[in-house]
Design a protein around this ligand. Structure first.
Ligand SMILES: NC(=O)c1ccc[n+]([C@@H]2O[C@H](COP(=O)([O-])OP(=O)(O)OC[C@H]3O[C@@H](n4cnc5c(N)ncnc54)[C@H](OP(=O)(O)O)[C@@H]3O)[C@@H](O)[C@H]2O)c1
Length: 241
């Protein structure tokens, strides 16, 4: 897809990978609408010239507010990027917060499904359109410490694959972006090697331009290769990650 002249809605563009996606899409000539929650980051992103709809996508009301904010607007590209983890490790003292798990499930899975549904008509009306769902290398095989997060990403990966097949003879191409560990606030405190968010966004956008089905970013390319040879080995490596 030639991104120049296209209009994209990118969720979670006020920080991390999304903040780089919106900048790089703009540099390619796309108009960008984005979202965020944190008031300071929303204000800073607006000051940078972006159209930002402030909303919390971890519940139905917030998603409905975004859908209402998009009413009457036409887009060519929907990037479901906003996402977060939930502490859910029974090896730690105390019980995990099941409410936090619900919020992560809504943000990572329900929100993309609602947005795709609400924006399908506008995407279908364009000559060429894309839906980009940001999952994770952890959608291929889970790590023990993040079962809720990994489950949401595996579910979104499955949804994305079925959606791509449904839409294969239409104007809408469905892309899955699978980042590795990236240096953002989500991975603060983790001491593994982390990719810069600029490079992660660059690889996702290159896949969008190529019209690839998947953006397997950085080490995720290797993980895909291991998984295609031995899913059991991929699971053994990732579970301790
Ligand atoms: N970082 C990694 O290593 C990594 C690896 C694989 C996949 N991913 C995926 O990549 C995507 C981006 O992650 P990131 O690391 O860039 O995260 P991030 O730095 O935490 O940024 C997330 C963005 O999403 C927004 N967001 C978070 N919770 C939200 C909520 N409840 N409602 C609305 N917006 C919300 C944030 O806005 P506020 O700051 O205003 O909340 C921010 O703009 C996510 O889907 C994540 O799962 C990340």
């Amino acid at each position: 897809m030639n991104l120049s002249g296209k209009t994209a809605l990118v969720t979670g563009g006020t920080d991390g990978i999304g903040a780089q996606l919106v900048r790089q899409l703009r540099a390619k000539g796309a108009a960008v609408i984005t979202t965020g929650r944190n008031a300071e980051r929303v204000a800073a992103t607006r000051a940078d010239g972006f159209d930002v709809i402030a909303c919390d996508l971890s519940n139905r009301e917030g998603v409905d507010a975004l859908i209402a904010g998009m009413s009457g607007r036409t887009i060519d590209i929907l990037v479901n990027n906003a996402g977060a983890g939930a502490d859910h490790d029974f090896r730690n003292p105390g019980l995990p917060d099941a409410g936090a798990a619900d919020a992560a499930i809504f943000l990572n899975l329900n929100a993309p499904i609602h947005l795709i549904t609400a924006l399908m008509a506008t995407l279908k009306s364009r000559p060429e359109a894309q839906i980009v769902n940001v999952t994770s290398g952890l959608a291929i095989a889970p790590r023990a410490g993040g079962p809720v997060y990994c489950a949401t990403k595996a579910a979104l990966r499955s949804y994305t694959q079925a959606l791509r097949y449904q839409l294969k003879d239409t104007n809408i191409h469905v892309v899955e972006a699978l980042p590795p560990v990236v240096e953002t606030k989500m991975t603060a405190g983790r001491d593994s090697r982390k990719m810069a968010p600029e490079e992660c966004a660059r690889q996702i956008i290159a896949a969008m331009e190529r019209g690839a089905d998947e953006a397997n970013v950085g080490m995720v390319r290797l993980l895909q290769r291991v998984h295609s040879l031995s899913p059991a080995l991929a699971r053994r490596i990732m579970i301790k990650f």
